[in-house]
Design a protein around this ligand. Sequence first.
Ligand code: PEP
Ligand code: MG
Length: 587
Amino acid sequence: MAMRRGIAVSPGVAIGTAYVIHEIFVNPDTKRLEDSQITAELANYETARDKAGADLRALERKVEAQVGREEASIFAVHQAILRDAAFTNKIRSWIVDDKMNSSAALHRLLGEYTTLFARTNDEYLQERLNDVRDVIIRLGSHLNDAAKPETGSIVGPLIVVADELLPSQVVALGDMDVHGIVTQKGSQTSHAAIVARSRGIPAVSGVSGIARKVKTGDTIVVDGRDGHIEINPNSETLKAFKKLEREFFDLKDKLATNRDQPSLTADGCELRLQGNINGVADANAACAMGASGVGLYRTEYLYLTHPSVPDEDEQYEAYRAIVAASPNHNVTIRTLDIGGDKTVAYLGHDHKEANPFMGWRSIRLSFEHPEFFNTQIRAIVRAASEFPEGTVRLMFPMVTTVEEIRKLRSMVRRAYKTLNSRGIKTKEVPIGMMLEVPAAAVSISTMIDLVDFVSVGSNDLVQYLMAADRDNPKVAHLCQPLAPPVLIVLKNVIEVCNRANVPITVCGEMAGTPRAFVLLLGMGLRRFSMSPAFIPSIKQLASQISVEESERIVAAVMKFKTTAQVKKFVARLIERIAPDLKMLSTE
Ligand code: PEP
Ligand code: MG
């Protein structure tokens, strides 16, 4: 029995059988081949290559049919890597010249690519490394068919243990009975964390060395409330966690029944609980969780998975599919927010900036690619015009100045004109700004006349206000949405918008966390957009608290000087108001 600590990234408790994904590469066999074995080894590699190719084609078809074309395009990229001559020639030459077996050759290639990509320090290339690694691991799994554990032969629910979760593995998880996820790398904002949260699967990340420590078949407990795991626990510990796991399941079942109920506070105030989505699969999840709409569709995922700039028709089809799949066809589409932590090389974003989050990102970048930007706006307006007026809204990220809003408005007017001149009938699309730059928060009263709605991007607003990078664990203690200065700013912004009757939403991660939800409610917020998996628990919490109570909590909290005081005070109150929801907290 052993206990390991990491970061809690998705709440709940799960018990299951370990399924270690990267197991094949932990100890590749380094024994040199005999000359007589070389031909057979080359054939072995070719067979694995054929099988990997067949996998990828099947995955591409499956994902295209079930999720969408843009999500499937990643598998076309993987097939191109698999066909790449340099890639294959290296493996073949190591088998022939260095007498390596295929697994060891793949392992060497992975090492070479990792070193090469580490040197470039370019985030776009880092993402491509993930793709190369994904292909190598897929090939490796076919070489080790005999050694590779068949998930079918592992008994019981699975706890996936991995160094990190790669894109295609995430898709493959859809077919497996996964109850928990443990990764060595990663944090709250990593891919594994986002997927785990969106599926309501307990997960712990940042558990160093775990893929070596755990073997496929071990019993693992994942405690996503405080971020620890138990490996092969004794019967007493197991019994205690089984009880907790049952409570978690019961709570999820109970909450799932509220999907068709209205979102009301205990005193009957109506709320809008919406989903944040990146693609059609998330739109389906938003429907399943009872979201009233989509408060944030991040269009950059369409570009990140696309090998070149998608043209207007492709974008229009993609947006239309998203809106068609979303609850009540109610979707706020955000224009491209590239830069910061996300890069797309074909938009000229291939250089290193000293301060990418404060640099050439978002609309700042889009403005410099007017042809691209106008195309995206036209595609959104076209898609919006297919649905009842006002259900699809157009939102611009990182708005900093009044001049930017004026310019954006004139671009939207131009889009109407161009489309009308092509004979396409358009509908008025509400235009909104994301409020995530402190300058905009300070001068919000001078901006709201120019927009139809405001949506607070608290992930960025908090990092900019606190001057603490949202992805840097070293300053995570500062990048806190419940820090008193953040609360002062949020309260003011909500009040200004409410007074002016301009709809305001908070769509950053904090909207889906119980403590921030209670405070935002007490500040007068009525629209919340969050990862769809959080909607049932927030709806439940809302039904147990009155607006008046939340206002009293805010009045008390605004007097506190430290984040710790705020957190402790609100946590205690929530524990009293909704004790059963504690299970669904990672705080
Ligand atoms: C935010 O900044 O809060 C936000 C919702 O946008 P993103 O996380 O995509 O930057
Ligand atoms: Mg943002």
